[in-house]
Ligand binder design. Structure first.
Ligand SMILES: Cc1cc2nc3c(=O)[nH]c(=O)nc-3n(C[C@H](O)[C@H](O)[C@H](O)COP(=O)(O)O)c2cc1C
Length: 222
């Protein structure tokens, strides 16, 4: 139990990777473990398209071209949630030495998403487009199981919604079928220990902000 606690508490998003390839045995173990995730009607709706070596380089090149010729903003959040992105930006970009009001610096740093933060491998996580929100929960459970399985093996990760900004280029390079909706990306590799942002502890809300328990007296925290 203690090991599991440590694993969950010590995982964090990695935003600069070493180029060291991921040993195939470790990757295979984590992928096999993640197959144990639960899902609605046991559909196991996750589809993961992984790229490394030549393929990840082609993907980088295609995204670089898209960013230059067809630049797009990240999908906006609903107004009442926008402050979260601003706050997170202040923390993450602040740790890179970029000031709160340095919009150009932030935009430049944000482009690192499309370089997968230097990772030797990236995955694109998909689900059949006819499935719905309940099935996306199963994909999320798979993703967290995979991420923790990788973390337990010393491999860092960053889940990336930013990779949904240019779905056409990603589909083309990875030959992702049209019926698969792209949910997010996952960069993976060994974390660069010398990059301060990789050591960030992003604040988490207290349980009562997210959970309400009805019908039992409130217990004192201990
Ligand atoms: C669905 C999802 C999408 C995310 N998209 C991005 C992204 O596009 N770029 C990025 O740098 N981090 C992204 N993240 C990482 C979050 O910013 C990060 O999980 C959050 O700030 C909490 O920090 P932690 O992972 O270090 O605990 C994403 C995480 C999730 C679960």
């Amino acid at each position: 139990m203690f090991d599991f606690e440590n694993l969950v508490r010590n995982r964090r998003s990695i935003r600069r990777f070493l180029p060291t390839p991921i040993p195939h045995e470790l990757l295979s173990e984590a992928l096999a473990l993640a197959q144990f995730a639960p899902s609605n009607s046991n559909i196991q709706p996750w589809r993961l398209f992984l790229a490394e070596g030549d393929c990840i380089e082609r993907l980088r090149e295609a995204l670089r071209e898209e960013v230059q010729t067809n630049p797009r903003e990240l999908a906006p959040l609903p107004p009442s949630f926008r402050s979260y992105r601003r706050e997170l930006g202040a923390i993450v970009y602040g740790s890179m030495g970029i000031a709160r009001d340095d919009d150009a610096g932030r935009a430049q740093a944000s482009l690192r998403n499309y370089d997968f933060f230097g990772a030797p491998m990236v995955g694109i996580l998909c689900m059949h487009k006819e499935l719905g929100l309940t099935d996306a929960v199963g994909v999320g459970m798979y993703l967290q199981t995979l991420v923790l399985g990788l973390t337990a093996r010393g491999i860092g990760t960053c889940v990336q919604a930013a990779l949904t900004t240019y779905p056409e280029a990603i589909r083309r390079v990875l030959a992702i079928p049209e019926e698969q909706a792209i949910l997010c990306g996952l960069s993976l590799g060994y974390a660069d220990p010398d990059f301060p942002t990789n050591h960030l502890r992003v604040p988490k809300q207290p349980v009562e902000n997210n959970v309400s328990i009805q019908g039992r007296p409130v217990l004192p925290a201990h």
